[in-house]
Each structure stands twice: as C-alpha cells, then as structure tokens.
Design a protein around this ligand. Structure first.
Ligand SMILES: C[S@@+](CC[C@H](N)C(=O)[O-])C[C@H]1O[C@@H](n2cnc3c(N)ncnc32)[C@H](O)[C@@H]1O
Ligand code: SF4
Ligand code: SF4
Length: 347
C-alpha cells in the first residue's frame, strides 16, 4: 500500500517535471523563433530598374504591369536606403524585376554602397555591357556579378532570351573578364548561369565548355520556376509543357506526383527567406522576392527608415506568422529549401 502511494506520488512528480521541461522546451523554441524573426536581414534586394531590354520567354516579371510608379530607382532614394541599412546589413543585390544596367546611375549607386563597406551583387542579362559599362562595373567596386545565359548556342539562347544577341553576350563577357584581369582586380567575381529547361538541356556540356573558355569564375545551373499563383494560364501551361524537365539529376523545385501533376518538393516554412526583403524602385519594402506585384507592402523607405519599418508591429507580425505557417497565395509556389536543390554548381 505504502509502495503504491509512493509510486503514484513519484509518477505525479515526474509528470510535473516532464510538463515543466516541455513548457521550458516550448518557450525556448518560441524564443528562438522570435530571435530569428527579429534579427536584421543578411541581405536586401534593391530594385534599381523594373523594366527590361529583353522579353525572355520564361520570365514572369516582364509579362505584366508590375504597377510601379517609377521604372527606375533614383540615386537620391538609393543613397537614402544605403545610409539607413549600412549599420545593420552588409550585403545587397541591385537586381529584381528588370535589368539593372538600364539605370543610368547604376555605377554611382554601386560605388556609393561599396564605399560604405557593403558588398554588392548584380544579376544581369549582360547585353548592355558595352566598353563604357564594363569600365563602370570595374570602377564601381562591384563584388559579384552573375550573368544569365539560358542557352549555349545562338539558336537556343536567342529563342529564349528574346531581343538578345548571342554573339554580343559572348563578346561582352570575354571582354569584361579580360579587362578585369588586365587591371589585376580581384572583383567582381563573374558567374555564368543557365536556367535548365527542355530547350537547353542538351547544351549543358557546351555551356560548361563555353564558360571555361570565357574564363568565368563559376558556372551553374538553376531550376526553372513556374509561378502558378496568378491567372496567367498561357504562361504557366507553356512552361509546364514546353520548358519543365522532370529529372532527379538536375536542380529542380518540383517533382511529378502520382497523378502526373508538377508539385513543389517541399512545402515547409520559410523563416530564412522571409528575412530577405526587397525594396522596389518606388521604395516599397516587400517581404521577399516572390511578391513581384507588391501585394504585401510593409512600409516605404522614402518616408521611413528601413530599421523602423523592420521593427514595426506590422512587419514583425508578418515575419512571425510566416515563421509559423505559410498561408499566402504567393507562398504556394515558393520552395523554402536549401541552395543545392535549386542550383547545381558545375565549377
Ligand atoms: C528576373 S531576372 C533579373 C536580372 C536580369 N535581367 C537577368 O536576366 O539576369 C533574374 C533571374 O531570373 C531568372 N529567371 C527568369 N525567369 C525565370 C523562371 N521562370 N525560372 C527561373 N529563373 C528565372 C533569369 O534567368 C535571371 O537569372
Ligand atoms: S533579361 Fe532578366 S528581367 Fe529581362 S526578361 Fe530576361 S529574365 Fe526577365
Ligand atoms: S513566398 Fe511565402 S513562403 Fe516564400 S519566402 Fe515569401 S513569404 Fe516566405
């Protein structure tokens, strides 16, 4: 009898301890989430231009009116942003829904940021890399440049990158690397990337050889993104039937399910990505690069400091809710997974 009483008492105590541990554990997890959600972003994308000189078949951002008032960010606004973020963030990208080299102030912008100790990267179609622009790039202190080449032969490249010239791109890249090396500059490091599709999958070897011949620092393949979150049925159908490649050997966000539908590989949460905000040409702060139409504006840097926007209740609630549950329509096609699933580095 005594033994049973003691046993019951002990099991009640141990349940309490377990309960306490569980509570402590849950509170620890919650604090971790809040800590992560509060940390300032590691990198911020700044949209220096929201228009493009090309009309690539796979590109979503040039197919619709993005609704921006300004197609180009002004130098004054860019400087204001950099002044505000310099103490909290040391990496920025200057490309979003358009071609950054179209902004007449792009090199002054980059110089301004690099002078403040910020590492700057640029994603470009490379077509506008004239002799003058190459000098601008090399003088600006740009740290990283990735050039998009979605085909390794003239026919394939030009049938995807509508409005571009294969010869001109190859010439521009070769000249940029040569001039950088002649000036003995260590940067920008130059990457060449190709979004793998049915149209260019047979050219992966040619792409690799071309990248090596051109002397770029890195070459990699990227996964196609099929943005099915809007009503653009033709665009989606075209990408699904004529561009999507179902292969486990290549980087891909998707797999084909038992019903034969293309499905995202991972529908997990996104605390990391939601900490990579975008600032549009108009100064609107967006939560992540998936919000191309600016549906979730969290503030505007023309009249608020970035840190005030980041620390606002509205932004905190947004990040916190995204860390707990993915629920927006734009999230349904976002893959919150690691770099290697989406990219395959060739060298
Ligand atoms: C929107 S562009 C902006 C920068 C620049 N205009 C360029 O082409 O590099 C950024 C990147 O998105 C890639 N891109 C466009 N449409 C894509 C898609 N449907 N899936 C995956 N990447 C895509 C382009 O190849 C490019 O590398
Ligand atoms: S060059 Fe870049 S922004 Fe322009 S259409 Fe092509 S992928 Fe889109
Ligand atoms: S689309 Fe949604 S899930 Fe993806 S990064 Fe943005 S907020 Fe997160």
């Amino acid at each position: 009898m005594k033994y049973t009483l003691l046993k019951n008492k002990l099991s009640r105590i141990s349940a309490k301890i377990r309960e306490g541990n569980l509570r402590r554990y849950l509170s620890f997890r919650l604090q971790r989430i809040i800590h992560n959600v509060n940390k300032y972003p590691n990198d911020i994308v700044i949209e220096t231009a929201s228009v493009c000189n090309l009309n690539c078949t796979i590109c979503r951002s040039v197919k619709a009116d993005l609704g921006r008032k300004n197609r180009f960010m002004s130098l004054a606004l860019f400087k204001k942003i950099v002044d505000g973020i310099a103490p909290i963030c040391n990496t920025i990208g200057v490309s979003y829904c358009g071609e950054p080299l179209l902004n007449k102030d792009i090199f002054n912008m980059i110089r301004y940021a690099t002078d403040k100790g910020i590492s700057v990267s640029m994603l470009t179609n490379g077509i506008l890399l004239t002799a003058e622009a190459r000098k601008g790039v090399l003088d600006s202190g740009l740290n990283f440049m990735a050039i998009s080449m979605d085909g390794a032969t003239k026919y394939t490249y030009e049938s995807i990158r509508i409005g571009a010239s294969f010869e001109r791109l190859v010439e521009n890249i070769g000249a940029l690397i040569k001039e950088r090396n002649q000036r003995r500059l260590s940067h920008p490091s130059v990457d060449l990337q190709m979004v793998v599709t049915q149209k260019n999958i047979h050219e992966i070897n040619i792409f690799e050889n071309l990248a090596r011949d051109l002397g770029v620092d890195r070459a990699y393949l990227k996964s196609l993104h099929i943005d099915r979150t809007r009503e653009d049925v033709e665009y989606v159908k075209n990408l699904e039937t004529d561009y999507f490649v179902n292969s486990t050997a290549l980087p891909s966000r998707y797999f084909v399910n038992k019903e034969g539908n293309i499905e995202l590989k991972d529908k997990g949460l996104c605390p990391q990505k939601v900490r990579s905000p975008v600032i549009t040409a108009d100064g609107d702060v967006l939560p992540c690069c998936f919000d191309i139409f600016g549906e979730y504006v969290l503030g505007n840097v023309a009249n608020q400091r970035f840190s005030d926007i980041w620390n606002s209740r509205k932004y905190f609630d947004f990040r916190y809710s995204m860390a707990m549950q993915r629920k927006l329509s734009m999230c349904s096609d976002c893959l919150p997974t690691n770099y290697k699933t989406i990219n395959k580095i060739i060298f």
